[in-house]
Design a protein around this ligand. Structure first.
Ligand SMILES: Cc1ncc(COP(=O)(O)O)c(C=O)c1O
Length: 447
């Protein structure tokens, strides 16, 4: 039963959702799973209403896709206008203005005062695939380095670059050759047993050694990293980390690709997390909140790298579909008009203050961390041993769902609760959602 704190209806999941579940079980493979046992009827802002009329506060935002809120009016309007003009010609057959305009905007939106170009694809994984393809062609090298605890997608190559074995990789090998991993800046569980700042960013400097002991620099095309690791548990490296990595990459002719698919578009407070880390990578991948729900991904990079492939060597039938480009342009306009940066900072501050207080109150919370509005709690059985507490996370999340808060997990040990609410959520709705989360943790702490 859903109570009235988050939602407005009385049965969860309701009869219509139950009916859809039966149909789903017969027709949709189990590998495609859903966190919530309900089916959506309508979404607006930070609110989701299911087919039975139950109302939820949405702290998942379609996994970080609607940073500007569900059905943003200006974005919806831009999509409707584009529907009336043209739905598809394939940019590789006949081009269209929104593609070119969005590319020009993203070339300015991304850091770095050098000539840039942008190509569009359908999904985050596809943008990552193409960043690797272009890096290989540009450098003439074969190997790619990624980080432990990373997530870059579910295709063969992006799965190979990804870290978490279950559920992402188990039984799906063999993986793409010449893919290597180095430890990430997971300070809470440092792989080198060190402590920041005394470590002097040892994990970043380790790349130098890696290029001697594991894979020769002149074989490495690119290093790809999320500025804040998303699925890995919202792991934000200390300031300075990416400067060290980038410096080593530059000295060795390695392309640095920052995967901003989850961190981008004001999730971490500013427009891109690369700006926070004061790094100008050669390439940036973006997707998710770029178009507030229309599938599109972007790869923006140094013009000379982006031009390394000849005509027809990159692209795809649907890449940069007019609806996605129109939506992307509307998102960028709305960001400017609606002061999204300030709103994202405010939402991040409210969440950070409350999660800090929860950390002080509940032993179960090993660490509160994040950047801007990208915040998470890592739960442990015991703060001394740091033994992960995935079972407690499951129960807490279920309690939140029952009370009308949609919230999701992350973490290499599945013991992290993450917040991906729209960054323009009202303070009232954000606090109501955090109340539900706090009560759910309190109930678990008492068990
Ligand atoms: C950092 C990062 N890279 C890549 C992806 C893959 O994106 P998609 O699911 O659109 O292929 C994701 C998805 O969660 C992501 O968070």
């Amino acid at each position: 039963m859903i109570d009235k704190t988050g939602g407005s209806a009385s049965h969860f999941p309701g009869p219509l959702s139950e009916e859809l579940k039966k149909l789903r079980d017969q027709n949709v493979p189990v590998g495609i799973s859903s966190v919530m046992p309900v089916y959506v009827e309508k979404t607006r802002g930070s609110t989701l209403i299911d087919v039975d009329g139950n109302e939820y506060i949405d702290f998942a935002g379609g996994i970080g896709v609607v940073n500007l809120g569900h059905n943003h009016p200006a974005v919806a309007e831009a999509i409707k206008k584009q529907v009336d003009k043209s739905l598809h010609t394939c940019f590789m057959v006949v081009g269209y203005e929104p593609y070119i305009k969005l590319a020009a905007r993203l070339n300015k939106f991304t850091p770095g005062d050098f000539p840039k170009k942008t190509a569009f694809f359908n999904s985050g994984a596809e943008a990552v695939e193409n960043s690797v393809k272009l890096s290989k062609r540009y450098t003439g090298r074969a190997a790619i380095i990624s980080l432990e605890n990373s997530f870059h997608g579910r295709t063969l190559l992006t799965m190979s670059l990804t870290s978490k074995v279950k559920p992402y990789k188990y039984g799906f090998g063999p993986f793409a050759p010449e893919t290597y991993k180095i430890p990430s800046a997971y300070c809470y569980r440092c792989r080198f047993g060190m402590t920041y700042p005394a470590c002097d960013l040892h994990c970043a400097r380790y790349l130098e050694k890696f290029l001697t002991v594991e894979c020769a620099a002149d074989n490495v095309a690119a290093l790809i990293a999320e500025p804040v690791q998303g699925e890995g548990g919202f792991i934000a490296p200390p300031q300075g980390y990416f400067k060290v990595l980038h410096d080593i990459c530059k000295r060795n002719g390695i392309v640095l690709i920052l995967d901003e698919i989850q961190t981008g578009i004001y999730r971490t407070g500013g427009s891109l997390a690369s700006n926070y880390y004061e790094v100008e990578p050669e390439m940036i991948t973006m997707a998710k909140s770029l178009a507030d729900g229309v599938p599109i991904s972007a790869l923006t990079g140094k013009a000379e790298i982006m031009d390394a492939a000849g005509p027809g060597e990159i692209g795809g039938t649907y890449g940069g579909n007019p609806l996605g480009c129109a939506a992307g342009l509307a998102v960028l306009d709305a960001i400017e008009k609606e002061n999204i940066e300030t709103k994202a900072m405010e939402a991040g501050k409210i969440a950070a203050d409350r999660l800090d207080r929860m950390h002080g109150k509940f032993e179960l919370i090993g660490e509160h961390r994040g950047l801007g509005a990208m915040r998470a709690l890592e739960l442990v059985k015991d703060r001394e041993s740091k033994e992960p507490a995935p079972e407690a996370v499951k129960k807490i999340v279920k309690r939140c769902h029952d009370r009308g808060l949609i919230i999701i997990t992350a973490g290499i040990f599945s013991n992290v609760i993450r917040l991906l609410m729209p960054v323009n959520i009202s303070a009232d709705q954000l606090n109501r959602g955090l109340d539900i989360l706090e009560e759910a943790i309190a109930a678990e702490q008492e068990v």
